[in-house]
Every structure is written in C-alpha cells, then in structure tokens.
Design a protein. Structure first.
Length: 117
C-alpha cells in the first residue's frame, strides 16, 4: 500500500462567501493545469451557515441547492476541512463560494495542490 500526501502547488487564498446569487470566482492558480486537488478549510465554529463551493473555469458559480433546484455546490460546514481530488482531465484553477444566508466569516481558505508519493 502506498502513501500519498497532499502537496501544495501555490499560495493559500481566502475566498469570500456571502448569500449573493452571483458570486465571482476566485483564482487559485495562474498556471493552467497545475491544480489537481484543492484543500479547503472553513475555520468558523458555532452556528455558522454552511458554505457551498464549486470549482472550474473563471465562469464557475456555486449555488445553494434546494429541494426543487439541485445546484453546483458542495457543502462545507463550520470547522470542516476537506481535500478534493480532481479527475485526470479536470483542473480547478477557479473556486466559487456561496452561503444560504448572511456572510460566512472569515470565509473559506483554499490551497491548490496535487497528490504525490
């Protein structure tokens, strides 16, 4: 069994998240094709609202899903940290974040990277 670790490939960015319906995407890397994984961390604790994230090109836009309308948005709850691995042909140079209500402070920290041995 091999061990694979997350290797950062760029600087960590702070992605603002609010209840806006048209949240502009934040660029994670200026080098096309280098982001094959994204580590996200939502350091808020308590009764903070979830942040919904989506990644892709500069036009990506996260949205809050409802029972009537599925949407491009994976929930990250307060105090949670996750690493998302992209498929071999998918890169994630841009990330968009949105909340269902209010503003999620301080926002979402995102680090671009990859996995290696």
């Amino acid at each position: 069994m091999s061990l694979e670790a997350f290797a950062p490939s760029g600087n960590t960015v702070l992605v603002a998240a609010s209840s806006s319906t048209s949240v502009a995407a934040t660029q994670l890397s200026t080098t096309p094709g280098v982001v094959h994984a994204v580590r996200v961390c939502y350091p808020s604790t308590g009764a903070a609202v979830p942040i919904y994230v989506a990644w892709g090109s500069s036009s990506v836009s996260a949205a809050v899903p409802t029972t009537a309308t599925p949407a491009a948005g994976i929930p990250i709850t307060a105090g949670e940290e996750k690493v998302f691995l992209m498929g071999p042909s998918l890169t994630a140079n841009w990330l968009s974040a949105v909340t269902s209500a209010g503003t999620a402070a301080p926002g979402l920290f995102a680090t671009p990277g990859s996995f290696g041995r």
